[in-house]
Design a protein around this ligand. Sequence first.
Ligand code: TRP
Length: 340
Amino acid sequence: MSEGEGQGERKPRVFSGMQPSGEAHLGNYLGALRQWVDMQNEYDCFFCVVDDHAITGEFAGEALPTRTFELAVSFLAVGLDPSRSTIFVQSDVPEHTELSWLFNAVTPVGDLERMTQYKDKTARLSSIPVGLLNYPVLQAADILIYRAELVPVGEDQIQHLELAREIARRWNARFGDVFPEPRALVSGSGRILGLDGSAKMSKSLGNTVSILAEPDEIRERVRTAVTDPQRVRRTDPGRPDFCNVYTLHEHLTDPALLPDIAEQCRTAQRGCVECKGILADAIIERFAPFRERARHYRENPEEVVAILDDGAERARSLARETMAEVRARMGLDWRKGLSR
Ligand code: TRP
């Protein structure tokens, strides 16, 4: 339980967000969602579809509503539970963007230009939208507006979290102690490589599989997965430690089967095609309840809307409290300020 003295029964607060790229995929599941689902019992969780972040990269306004909805369906499908967690869409709580503007006052441009993700994303751009530079400021606002203490993220977000801590420190130093410094909770699954065995799993690279895919599609996608490159012929011994399919087995297959899978690979008793069939079966079984729940929510979209409305309302009342304090301390609550 919480160590904080005087906090009574309050559970530590968690915030995390995911960009709306439509249905979640295997990489989202292994790298984030699986962990989010588990955190719901122990923490006061806020899980957000970050659509305001999505407009910093390339995007199509017409496609965004469906992507936002579909990611929310995926959240619910994997087992994020609106009775325990606050599940909402970022743009429904405009206080996030308001706070990010106020954080601009304490964030040096140099810090933002140093972000690895910013450098990667802008490397080939001739014209850089300022939103790409300010992306981590909005991310800091997402977290700090709820005074969240813990943020489950992938390794690629550690730098953004460090910046959020820095922003909290700088703001507190100038305006008073309002924000706790949030800690990153990096998922144990490390970097999940795509089925191509080389790039990070991502929908745009086509090297993954949707968590809502039908069994045939899962089998078909997994069949194309790249295995140990040194195992050229069926009779060559394989090296599980160098095989991305084996890594995926470690995340998804019944642990009791792993020693056999490794052994059959090393001794070339089982071919890669069959080995991938076992992985596909594990994924199909794991995702079955997700497909079931997603079907329900797609047939009843008004339930999803109601859940997100409710989440936004809960989130917003907290966000408003923080903003009232922040605005006052920064001198933006001018009517009250006059009478002091
Ligand atoms: N930048 C995160 C990512 O790409 C998404 C995100 C936005 C986020 N706001 C957040 C993650 C706040 C954690 C906390 O994965």
